[in-house]
Design a protein around this ligand. Structure first.
Ligand code: SAM
Length: 281
């Protein structure tokens, strides 16, 4: 292994066959593995037939570990960072370490592999050209609703990690804020025995999760279609809408504009919300 190098190594999110040969090579050869939970990584090493030294690096001791790891790297040791599953730093520990190592001008090498957010997006059937990943949603309903309101007009595909205990409450909040029509996808237990990927509108998916207790178990990625982009076939649409919004309630202004411009009512309504937001700034 190269001297004084930090390797950021992705590990499987379920299926052990997804561990890359390069990850095996690096994890077998480094001087030490910094693992989120050494018991979890021990099982992976056993599967590989390796016995590399390990130390723990998790959210509660990460700051303390940085100085000693920097010292080891500066002394020429090679270190691999792994989390319990997937790509380290993605809703997992490691960011302060990588930042400190980069600032110290020490070499960092990525060993890419599984990541739940990208895995889920790739099979979701939702637009993949632009997306935003919001990590874990707030634990309380008020926090979740606030987050969904903030994202109401976002055109990019929205991706969240959500706990199985909160998925139903989360879908209820989503429906309350965004209505029942948006397409959502639940990607559960990816690469594992009970892998389930299901899409439908918010109401359908909420009902399905409510009725099938199994859908409230395991690991879940929630994807939500972005707000529809209004095709401005009529170049006067925005001007007419803005004028009518000055005189009428938003809903009525949107409905009349849709009639005048022969446009889709819900798309004009979304546009009206955008204009309202811009005006409020
Ligand atoms: N670093 C990981 C990655 O690269 O995806 C994510 C770690 S985060 C602590 C764990 C969350 O990721 C889970 O609660 C779930 O939302 C998502 N996740 C991880 N593995 C998954 C899987 N096999 N199927 C669906 N979601 C998964």
């Amino acid at each position: 292994m190269n001297d004084g190098t930090l390797y950021i190594v992705a590990t499987p999110i379920g299926h052990l066959g997804d561990l890359s040969p390069r990850a095996v090579e690096v994890l077998s050869a480094v001087d030490v593995i910094a693992a989120e939970d050494t018991r979890v990584t021990r099982k992976l090493l056993q599967h590989m037939g390796a016995d590399t030294a390990m130390l723990s690096l998790h959210e509660h001791n990460e700051q303390q570990r940085i100085q000693s790891l920097l010292a080891r790297l500066q002394a020429g040791d090679s270190v691999a960072l792994v989390s319990d599953a997937g790509t380290p730093l993605i809703s997992d520990p490691g960011y302060p370490l990588v930042r400190a190592v980069r600032q110290a001008d020490i070499k960092i090498v990525p060993v890419p592999g599984p990541c739940a957010v990208i895995t889920a997006l790739s099979v979701s059937g939702l637009p993949t050209d632009k997306f935003i990943f919001e990590g874990f949603l707030p634990g309380k309903s008020s926090g979740r609703r606030g987050k969904f309101e903030e994202l109401l007009l976002e055109h990019r595909t929205l991706i969240f990690y959500e706990s199985p205990h909160r998925i139903l409450a989360c879908l209820e909040d989503l429906e309350a804020v965004m209505g029942d029509h948006r397409e959502v996808v639940i990607a559960r237990e990816l690469t594992k025995t009970f892998e389930t990927i299901r899409s439908g509108n918010i109401a359908e998916i909420r009902e399905w999760v409510e009725q099938d207790q199994n859908q409230q178990r395991g690991e879940i990625v929630l994807l939500v279609a972005g707000a529809p982009v209004v095709e401005e076939a009529n170049p006067d649409l925005e001007r007419i809408l803005t004028l009518l919004m000055d005189e009428l309630p938003l809903k009525q202004a949107a409905a009349l504009t849709a009639q005048i411009c022969d446009a889709k009512r819900n798309e004009v309504y979304q546009k009206a919300l955008e204009i309202k937001e811009i005006k409020a700034k």
